[in-house]
Write a protein that binds this ligand. Structure first.
Ligand SMILES: C[S@@+](CC[C@H](N)C(=O)[O-])C[C@H]1O[C@@H](n2cnc3c(N)ncnc32)[C@H](O)[C@@H]1O
Length: 296
């Protein structure tokens, strides 16, 4: 089931009012958007961007059933193209933008694309299924050095070298096609004691692969300055990130833009989920929310 992360905090910061326009750059199942739509009627709009065609179809139906179809423009694209999309749609007077990064619970639970190491699924991991290469192609064709590099850079995994070595050895015998096949290799590459640690040894490798497949960090770096440009004076940008690499990018870009006198940082420290939310939503454990307000 989908529970939007840091929903109340997001709404408190955005503070949507009648007839105001917002952008949801990571629409997902529209958890955050629905709360905005409850508040920005009768003619306020949302431009909702989602790169995954399948989840967008599900969400389109949900929004139709709720009677919101006239006030939400749905776009199947990557937020890296934000400025272009906004221009094409002639979407103006943007009061707030939300970016709730990463994948949604639907991807883990229902997509069957190998996002989770808890189920045996094909290794795909693309959010936009038109995208190449997917996880299977990366695992089976990238050089040992390149695999090691993404495991280190995006997964900060201590045993990256051994894991990359064993992947290359295994794929010489037969292609690695599923999540469980990859997990088997990871388990064999790390010490037993490591396996009993706080997090599953596959966690970092799966995260690194997903980041590489979807170019998540590069897209975020490109999209943040675009978002700030698009906001009208006084408008707010809210970013919810789920790992330290993303959060660092957000923090640094916000600081640079504040130094240039373009924005004001409203969250000195990132906002995290409170104890009530932590109890009901696993995903909220690693969530960090940062907000800026455009001042020029
Ligand atoms: C954490 S979920 C968002 C959940 C949403 N806020 C909700 O409450 O339902 C992130 C969503 O953004 C999409 N997404 C991730 N990166 C994207 C990008 N670069 N461009 C467009 N959509 C993206 C994912 O496919 C996923 O559905």
């Amino acid at each position: 089931m989908h529970i939007p992360v840091l929903l109340q905090e997001t709404i408190n910061y955005l503070d949507p009012k009648e007839n105001e326009n917002f952008i949801d750059a990571t629409l997902g199942q529209a958890g955050h958007s629905q709360e905005i739509l409850k508040r920005n009627g009768p003619s306020g709009k949302i431009l909702g961007i989602e790169q995954d065609k399948k989840i967008l179809k599900i969400t389109t139906n949900i929004l139709k059933d709720l009677g919101y179809e006239k006030r939400i423009i749905l776009i199947n694209d990557n937020f890296v193209n934000l400025k272009e999309i906004v221009k094409k749609e002639n979407f103006t007077k943007v009061k707030g933008i939300i970016m709730d990064l990463g994948v949604s619970s639907w991807h883990f639970e229902e997509s069957n694309r190998g996002f989770t190491f808890l189920k045996d699924e094909p290794l795909i991991m693309t959010l936009d299924e038109r995208k190449n290469p997917n996880a299977k192609e990366i695992i089976n064709s990238w050089s040992q050095k390149d695999l090691e590099r993404i495991f280190i850079d995006f997964g900060q995994e201590r045993f990256s070298k051994r894991i990359a070595e064993n992947i290359v050895l295994k794929r010489k015998i037969q292609p690695i096609e599923t999540t469980f096949e990859l997990i088997e290799i990871i388990k064999k590459s790390v010490p037993r004691s490591y396996e009993k640690g706080r997090i599953n040894p596959a966690t970092r490798i799966f995260m690194a692969l997903r980041i590489a497949v979807n170019e998540e960090l590069k897209n975020l770096e490109n999209a943040l300055p675009q978002s700030i440009d698009i906001l009208e004076k006084g408008g707010k940008l809210i970013v919810i990130s789920f790992h330290s690499l993303e959060d660092r990018i957000v923090k640094n870009i916000f600081k640079t833009q504040q130094k240039q006198g373009i924005v004001k940082i409203l969250t000195k420290k990132p906002v995290e989920a409170g104890s009530e939310e932590l109890k009901i939503n696993q995903r909220s454990r690693s969530a960090k929310l940062r907000v800026i307000q455009k001042i020029i």
